[in-house]
Ligand binder design. Structure first.
Ligand code: RIB
Length: 351
């Protein structure tokens, strides 16, 4: 600042008022300061400025798995809203490790973020940590997963309903030996999807085989391992509902290794409807969840809180939708073709 003050021939205080907009400065002096800033190529440190004022334009977003193609769409939604409103995003990846998550929550507090967007890694330990982050004054919005005990804002997708419609589709196609590969059952969205699966079976009065419920970790490898276990069972399930698309890819791989053709010998449904779902062979039937909209909705809610909204905590649930493609075969006997019907009628006439 001293250099700017010398170049503009004003006091350091005047420079500081122009930069921080803390007092009215005569236009002529202001222009001299701005010219000096330009000619010296000075860039104010946003962080230092934020720390002085005790507020920044930083939004911290914590996601559990940057390698899972579901999350970039969510981040994109957040970033579009944040950037459009002059906020800047710090993105942290926890690899689903609660310890990493806690260290981000604790350490980044000293950056005085304006707000937090959190997709929790593990629901069990989160609520208390999030509350203490929120207690430091910056609002917190959870998305995609809701830690039990968390009483703040949350934006989710209709997980139970999505899983229910996926399972009903399999039942309608005649499947009765239905298996499910769940996500980690300490996560609310994994629990909700399992609930939807069980509800559809209960409504159809189809018994649930406990061994047909396999817990995995929402990644391809654990989906593959769970499918390998299921496909060795007797009787072998005729259909597997994988509670996310990466695990569904794992199921496809396990089936391929065992020379089981999808869908003729094994039907598969996923959840997420990631871009690649259309391009697998066969194209994957999957439950679409609006990742981008999840991000934009959560970011808008956070911005309202940053601007001081005192509304009661909100729980927003976005709809999911089953996208039917080619990975499910029908086990119901095919309706007789018209020529078959004619033959039958002729046979009846002869008799
Ligand atoms: O694919 C990752 C899964 O974990 C998604 O279904 C999403 O809901 C997340 O929580």
């Amino acid at each position: 600042m001293r250099q700017i003050a010398e170049r503009a021939e004003v006091s350091i205080g005047t420079v500081s008022h122009v930069i921080n907009d803390t007092a009215k400065v005569r236009e002529k002096l202001r222009q001299r300061v701005l010219d000096a800033i330009r000619s010296l190529g000075y860039q104010p440190s946003q962080l230092a400025r934020g720390l002085r004022r005790n507020e920044t334009n930083i939004v911290v977003m914590i996601i559990p798995d940057i390698t899972n193609p579901f999350f970039p769409a969510v981040v994109r939604g957040v970033e579009d809203v944040a950037y459009g409103n002059s906020f800047r995003l710090i993105l942290c990846n926890t690899d689903n490790d609660p310890r990493k998550e806690i260290s981000y929550l604790n350490e980044l507090r000293s950056y005085r973020p304006a707000g937090w967007l959190v997709i929790p890694a593990a629901d069990s330990v989160m609520a208390a940590q999030l509350e203490s982050a929120a207690a430091s004054g910056a609002p917190v919005v959870c998305l995609d997963r809701q830690p039990p005990g968390w009483k703040g804002d949350v934006v989710l997708v209709a997980n139970e309903a999505g899983a229910h419609s996926a399972t009903r589709h399999l039942l309608r196609m005649g499947h009765r030996q239905l298996a499910v590969i769940t996500g980690p059952l300490h996560l609310t969205n994994a629990v909700e999807r399992l609930k939807g699966f069980k509800r559809a079976l209960a409504e159809a009065k189809v018994p649930i085989e406990p061994e047909y419920i396999q817990e995995a970790r929402f990644n391809r490898q654990s989906g593959y391992q769970a499918a390998a276990r299921l496909l060795r069972m007797l009787p072998r399930p005729t259909a597997i509902f994988a509670c996310n698309d990466l695990m569904a890819i794992g199921v496809l791989l396990a089936a391929r290794e065992l020379d089981l053709h999808c869908p003729d010998q094994l039907s598969i449904v996923g959840f997420d409807d990631l871009d690649f779902a259309e391009f697998t062979a066969p194209a994957l039937t999957s439950v679409y969840q609006p990742g981008y909209q999840l991000g934009t909705t959560a970011a808008r809610l956070l911005l309202k809180r940053i601007q001081g909204s005192k509304q009661f905590p909100q729980k927003i649930v976005l709809p999911s939708e089953l996208k039917i493609r080619h990975s499910v075969a029908s086990l119901s006997p095919a309706p007789p073709s018209p020529s078959r019907l004619r033959q039958r009628e002729e046979a009846l006439e002869i008799r």
